[in-house]
Design a protein. Structure first.
Lengths: 472, 100
């Protein structure tokens, strides 16, 4: 498997044509797609044309960009002008956005080739990619298992080598958890570090786009390409992209790392063991590691499953059959709304709209939504206290390795528990990275998670790179 | 907060959310939302006196852009995505009932 950095190096030097890179990856996708179902749309023609354009720039002696010729898979909740963008929902089936997401514009400006749109849980709501209206994605390590979710298509595509890198979105763990279950690197940047313009909204105060890659270095290169201020996103931080590639070899000497006590409970023993091995590896490289408490983190899951559905119920009100997507006709407009939404949304999306509408409704708003927002403040305070004497925190990414297809679909709560270790970072707006770190007792990948305070990406990537090196 | 969420509560919320639910869905959601809200009871029970709510992780206020004209989305491209169009506008079913 060639990484993004190698591909870009070869294409930039003219030793390999971007067109050949794209053809090779399209062939890999064609070879594995029927068994994995990682993609919802493969953009063969667009990718070939974009590759030819990169090759012309190289031939004319111009600069084709830092990611020249690198094929990228996009989770299908990011808008691509003229190319179907479904959110894995019937309600957006066939919709062709009239504009590109900022991340798409930036990838292209960097010379990267958008090669396809990947599968996800409908509207990014889920932890297994089984909630897709177009059928589940399978884990490349074991096709009877889920890839995690909701960015399961991008994670599986990277893990299977169909693309060197992909983008996902992470609202409660939707990049990091599938990265862990598929054995790849997954990053949730600081809230506001990557533009959300053109990312179809799920929970606006939590959503963040980030990279999935087969190495920490490739994830870093991708983050630098997509990050930085965007005037089209009013929640974008007014600063350049986090600079994370430069320090990858700087090591962890002197860093203070805390294992989050609350996130080590009710985690499978083989996963806990990998986190402890990662802690020893960081110590061996010169970091100091101790245990730290983030007490309010135990309430993260409950707070999240009030806040995220509340925001979703508001965001998804726009799917009404009027301006785009599915319309089911009715006698009057209210019937049209009711019927369109009944037919267009799948069960999990309906469940969250219902939960969120309830949490926001008269008489319950303060007890549920308001209270969850106050708990969010407590979680931020507890993180701040932990970071007063720690540079980074360490935790599992997910409580288990990849579980079997169908294992959790009957009980929403058991599925929600998959996100217990990843949710606190979203509530705080902090960055976190999942690094593949060996396997569990079943031979399937385990991810360990490094958490950092807001804009702590440079140190977080340094430590992630050190962990990666410690495995080889 | 009263007792567990009832089937009538769920039907009311479905009306607010403009979502037609089948009897089967009503039944299932009553049970499932009840279980999820039970799980959230620990949060509801926490003492958060004097703790301000966090709506958003960034301290942003009134983000403005420069007052310059930029190209809007292409009208034909936007209308091409609408389920029903008439004379350059999006067509919808009746909104207001006829006078009695």
């Amino acid at each position: 498997m060639t990484g993004a950095s190698e591909i870009a190096g070869e294409v930039r030097s003219g030793s390999r044509r971007a067109r050949d890179v794209v053809e090779e990856h399209l062939a890999r996708i064609a070879g594995r797609e029927s068994e994995l179902h990682a993609f919802l749309t493969v953009m063969g023609d667009e990718a070939r044309a974009a590759a030819d354009a990169v090759d012309r720039v190289v031939a004319s002696g111009g600069d084709p960009g830092p990611l020249a010729g690198v094929p990228v898979a996009l989770k299908d909740n990011m808008c691509t002008r003229g190319v179907p963008t479904t959110c894995a929902s019937r309600i957006l089936e066939g919709w062709r956005p009239p504009y590109d997401a900022t991340v798409v514009t930036r990838l292209r400006a960097a010379g990267a080739i958008v090669i396809g749109k990947t599968n996800l849980d409908e509207f990014a709501m889920g932890s297994s990619t089984e909630n897709s209206a177009f059928g589940p994605t399978r884990n490349p390590h074991d096709r009877t298992r889920v890839p995690g979710g909701s960015s399961g298509g991008s994670a599986a595509a990277v893990a299977a080598g169909l693309v060197p890198v992909g983008l996902g979105s992470d609202t409660g763990g939707s990049i990091r958890q599938p990265a862990a279950l598929c054995g790849v690197v997954g990053v949730k940047p600081t809230y506001g570090a990557v533009s959300r313009y053109g990312l179809i909204a799920f929970a606006s105060s939590l959503d963040q786009i980030g990279p999935l890659a087969s190495s920490v270095g490739d994830a870093a290169a991708l983050l630098e390409a997509i990050g930085g201020h965007d005037p089209l996103d009013s929640t974008s931080i007014d600063a350049p992209a986090p600079q994370v590639t430069g320090g990858l070899n700087d090591g962890v000497e002197g860093l203070r790392v805390g294992i989050v006590r609350e996130l080590m409970h009710e985690i499978d023993a083989d996963v806990v063991a990998r986190v402890e091995i990662a802690a020893r590896a960081l110590e061996k490289e010169g970091a100091s590691v101790d245990e730290v408490s983030v007490p309010a983190a135990v309430h993260g899951l409950s707070a999240y499953y009030l806040i995220a559905p509340a925001e979703a119920s508001s965001n998804l009100a726009r799917y009404d059959g009027v301006r785009y997507g599915l319309r089911v006709d009715g006698e009057d407009i209210t019937e049209m709304y009711n019927e369109t939404r009944a037919e267009g949304f799948g069960p999990e999306v309906k469940r969250r709209i219902m939960l969120g509408t309830y949490a926001l409704s008269a008489g319950y708003y303060d007890a549920y939504y308001g209270q969850a927002q106050r708990v969010r403040t407590l979680i931020i305070r507890d993180f701040d206290a932990a970071y007063a004497d720690h540079d980074l925190l360490l935790a599992p990414t997910a409580p288990t390795t990849a579980f079997a297809l169908g294992a959790k679909t009957d009980n929403p709560l058991t599925m929600y528990l998959s996100d217990v270790c990843t949710i606190p970072s979203n509530l705080a707006g902090h960055p976190a990275i999942s690094v593949p770190y060996g396997t569990g007792d079943d031979g399937l990948p385990v991810g360990v998670q490094l958490l950092a305070p807001a804009l702590g990406e440079p140190v977080m990537f340094r430590a992630a790179a050190a962990l990666e090196r410690s495995l080889t | 907060m009263g007792g567990r969420i009832t089937r009538d509560d769920v039907a009311h919320v479905a009306r607010l959310a403009r979502l037609r639910l089948t009897d089967d869905e009503l039944e299932r959601f009553t049970e499932q939302l009840g279980a999820i809200l039970d799980h959230a009871a620990d949060v509801a029970a926490l003492d958060t006196t004097d703790v301000p709510p966090t709506a958003h992780p960034l301290p942003l206020r009134n983000v403005l852009r420069d007052d310059v004209v930029v190209a809007p989305l292409d009208r034909d491209e936007v209308l091409a995505q609408a389920p029903a169009v008439e004379d350059g506008r999006i067509r919808v079913p009746r909104i207001i009932s006829e006078a009695p």
